[in-house]
Design a protein around this ligand. Structure first.
Ligand SMILES: C[S@@+](CC[C@H](N)C(=O)[O-])C[C@H]1O[C@@H](n2cnc3c(N)ncnc32)[C@H](O)[C@@H]1O
Length: 455
């Protein structure tokens, strides 16, 4: 993106009590607070949603509305900043409470959600009036938003959404990795939300019919209807789990794992552990986070799958015996998941990719001693950055020369998704790739995987 969004780092959060009971107010207040904490403090959205008591106290439909507003404000953050630049004569000073976040939340509603201007503007003005530091800017909030309502077409003309909504370092990285056109298609894919994909234990066609979905990718079921997954047939019975069509591909690259010992490194919450266990492997799931491992255990219990869990930093993990196969889903920048985590572009920086690449490199090198000679290692990340994918895999083979070799992937192994296999034989899924045959079945998480054999 070309311009830095207006920042507003020190919100006061103090509210006049009389305004806090207006219908719709608490939703906008939560949305502006959470948005502010994500973008100014670079904190992950999921954690902020969990931590915000005002958000937690909202009714379910209001929580959904707050999420939708925050999602739109993040997906269109660059466009909204550019619109504000066009509407403001000079930038808003610092220490003005939530003013900028209030404006972003209001514009997201006016331009990108089906919310009448009147409601968005009046609640924004109320919010500014209720915040001690923002109060002097109440008139400005009113004026700017009303002008946007009146001059919407002129103010929003010729916005270059792809480049505005993507931080420069990311767009540059994608351009140099995938070319101008594909980088644009990736950025455009991030404007939409991801679908809901399930991995089923068996009979994808049958489950697609029962749940009114479509089989996509290499046998995932994509749902078209919305609503809580817990209420769907097969959830209680543990017949399926939620997993993006792209995220379901790496475990398949280990082939027939029946009766084999498998280590799933960085395993929680267990989507790939479940695949390996359901395919008949004896799985050891390793993760550094005890809390996330608890979620993995709860997921395996629901699915009726039995696995061994180990809470450990994989950099210090020493198995008693080597495994037949290893799956390493290394910690990464997660830029492949921007459709479902629109906060990622605003909380991650180029520096994170560098730092994470070092951990990936350490973990990859360790896998060599964890696997039996002749055994397969699959390395994967949900990142679009080649430093965490292609470059990492190539450097691994070079460093471990003579000890491991690349085993190229054949599109037939992944349901014929030829677009997702590079000429070197890596798996490279992009959010703009088509996952299914129906018109709406575009998109899958950005994912990289490479397969190696230990000699
Ligand atoms: C991308 S998530 C894994 C997703 C999981 N494989 C799945 O399919 O559901 C990355 C995981 O790596 C774990 N992790 C990060 N650093 C680690 C380390 N040094 N050792 C072990 N686990 C680590 C995180 O706790 C997180 O659960």
């Amino acid at each position: 993106m070309n311009k830095r969004p207006h920042t507003n780092p020190k919100p006061s959060g103090e509210l006049a009590p009389e305004t806090s009971h207006k219908p719709g107010f608490a939703v906008r207040k939560a949305a502006a607070d959470i948005l502010g904490n994500v973008v100014h403090k670079r904190r992950p959205l999921d954690g902020e949603l969990e931590a915000h008591s005002g958000f937690r106290q909202l009714a379910a439909n209001d929580r959904a509305l707050a999420r939708a507003i925050i999602g739109a404000a993040l997906r269109h953050r660059g466009e909204i900043s550019e619109i504000l630049d066009r509407l403001l004569d000079r930038s808003i000073p610092e220490k003005t409470g939530r003013v900028v976040d209030i404006l972003h939340v209001a514009i997201a509603q006016m331009l990108f959600l089906d919310i009448p201007d009147r409601a968005a503007v009046s609640l924004a003005v109320d919010h500014a009036a209720a915040d001690r530091r923002a109060r002097p800017y109440k008139g400005l909030v009113n004026g700017v938003l009303r002008r946007l309502g009146r001059e919407r077409d002129e103010v929003t003309a010729d916005l270059e959404a792809d480049s505005l909504n993507t931080p420069d370092w990311l767009l540059e990285n994608w351009r140099s990795a995938y070319g101008e056109e594909t980088a644009g298609a990736i950025a455009r894919a991030h404007q939409g939300e991801a679908g809901l994909d399930l991995t089923v234990k068996s009979d994808p066609e049958g489950w697609a019919k029962k749940l009114e979905g479509e089989v996509v990718g290499a046998g995932s079921v994509r749902l078209t209807r919305k609503g809580p997954v817990e209420a769907l047939e097969g959830f209680e019975a543990g017949e399926w789990w939620v997993q993006d069509a792209a995220a379901a591909l790496p475990a398949r690259l280990l082939g027939d794992v029946r009766g084999l010992t498998a280590a799933d490194i960085c395993a929680a919450p267990g989507g790939k552990t479940a695949q390996l266990a359901a395919a008949g492997a004896e799985v050891t799931a390793v993760d550094i986070s005890r809390n996330r491992l608890k979620r993995l255990e709860a997921n395996m219990a629901r699915l009726g799958l039995s696995v061994t869990t180990v809470a450990a930093d994989a950099r210090a993990f020493e198995p008693q015996e080597p495994f037949d196969v290893i799956l390493l889903d290394a910690p990464c920048s997660a830029t492949g998941t921007i459709r479902r985590h629109p906060d990622v572009p605003w909380i991650k920086q180029a520096y994170d990719v560098e730092k994470l690449s070092e951990i990936q490199r350490d973990l990859l090198d360790r896998t060599v001693s964890w696997v039996k000679p002749g055994g397969l290692i699959v390395y994967c990340t949900c990142s679009l950055e080649p430093q965490e994918g292609e470059a990492q895999a190539a450097a691994f083979v070079e460093r471990q020369s003579g000890k491991v070799g690349l085993v190229p992937i054949d599109p037939k192994e992944i349901g014929g998704l030829g677009d997702c296999v590079t000429k070197e034989g890596y798996l490279r899924c992009l959010p703009c790739h088509k996952a299914g045959t129906a018109a709406e079945s575009t998109g899958m998480d950005g994912f990289f995987a490479a397969r190696f054999r230990r000699f």
